[in-house]
Write a protein that binds this ligand. Structure first.
Ligand code: SAM
Length: 341
């Protein structure tokens, strides 16, 4: 096993296939204009598959397609089939905002995509218009329904909970998820790059979520059976057995068990969501490095990994947005939508 300085294995790789997105969620892409990665720097499907193959030879067995919005990448089922065909990929998943999912769910399933997570912050179309600058709430719901119909059975819904925005919808979202045979995961609002409007006051914490839900439903118990120690979400159960998850990345970070790393669409590899810099894998790849040379580069970086980004943020007094706008414009890889959520 390849382990970092805290003994954390190289287990899960998030592959951002594009930095483009068709939403403008205020917690992720609140600005009017963005600096995009240059077109010629975007990895081809062959380049992505080759890197994933090298990563799997080093222990990665979970791969998640993300972005930006992954469904904006042309012909994603072809890439999906290439990745699904790599023997070391045990779990192939995708995180999407769902806008285009109704059209693509069946071809992706046929191509070998194993799991889908759909971001859904609100059940109210008018609220989504405010939060994400779109009128297409119905398309997201249609996407969830289509994914079920296409045979995806462990669909998760991601909800970023923000005080004063959607913290009044927790119960509604749990019930919606239950009715659609999916499971919701509430994510604490994080001060990741891109979240220029972040403030501690807007974070609705895990503790507060559990408080609201236990007042509504009665005692809530953690689900421990079958728990994956590297999973970011802790799962809970309502008295009637309904389950949901909370990702308490802001108030109770889980850096000590983090086995995740991120590959941007231009082939920059980040060892932590909060890392200032990434490692350029595109240049060696395009300059003819062998698989062995790429593997050596990856192994040496991972063995030196000591990142605990979210824990370090927790220790910051007067915590505010991680980056100001000029710092994001200077390097778009600092953006959450570039490094992949
Ligand atoms: N476009 C896809 C989507 O919407 O799911 C994939 C990329 S998106 C960056 C991945 C996840 O990051 C989403 O579930 C989103 O809600 C989450 N995210 C983005 N900014 C966040 C923030 N400031 N705090 C917490 N989660 C955030």
């Amino acid at each position: 096993m390849i382990a970092d300085t805290f003994g954390r294995p190289l287990g899960s790789l998030r592959v951002s296939v594009t930095d483009r997105c068709n939403l403008r969620c205020r917690y992720c892409m609140p600005e009017q204009e963005y600096v995009w990665l240059p077109k010629q720097s975007i990895l081809t499907f062959e380049e992505i598959a080759r890197l994933v193959r090298v990563f799997t030879s080093l222990g990665v067995d979970k791969v998640r397609l993300t972005g930006g919005e992954p469904l904006l990448r042309h012909d994603l089922p072809t890439l999906t089939a290439m990745l699904a065909g790599i023997p070391g990929v045990r779990d192939l998943a995708m995180t999407t905002n769902g806008l285009l999912l109704a059209k693509h769910a069946a071809p992706l399933r046929e191509a070998g995509l194993g799991r889908v997570t759909v971001s859904l912050d609100t059940l109210r179309p008018e609220r989504m218009r405010e939060l994400a600058r779109t009128d297409r709430h119905a398309d997201v719901i249609a996407g969830i329904v289509a994914a079920r119909a296409a045979g995806f059975d462990r669909i998760k819904l991601n909800t970023v909970v923000i005080r004063g925005v959607n913290e009044d919808e927790l119960a509604d979202l749990i019930e919606f998820a239950q009715a659609h045979a999916t499971e919701v995961r509430f994510i604490e609002y994080m001060d990741v790059g891109g979240a220029t409007g972040w403030s501690a006051a807007q974070v609705f914490s895990q503790r507060e979520m559990l408080g609201v839900l236990s007042r509504r439903y009665g005692p809530i118990t953690p689900v421990t059976a079958g728990r994956d120690p590297t999973a970011p979400a802790q799962r809970f159960q309502l008295p009637d057995g309904t389950t949901f998850g909370i990702v308490a990345s802001t108030t109770a970070p889980f850096c000590r068990s983090c086995d995740r790393s991120r590959l941007t669409a231009d082939g920059t590899w980040f060892l932590c969501l909060y890392a200032e810099r990434g490692i350029d894998l595109r240049e060696p790849l395009r300059n003819g490095a062998s698989d062995t040379e790429l593997a050596a580069l990856i192994v040496s970086a991972w063995r030196g990994r000591s990142d605990r980004g979210a824990e370090e943020r927790l220790a910051v007094a007067d915590r505010g947005a991680l980056y100001q706008l000029d710092a994001l414009r200077a390097d778009p890889r600092r953006e959450m939508h570039t490094r992949g959520g």
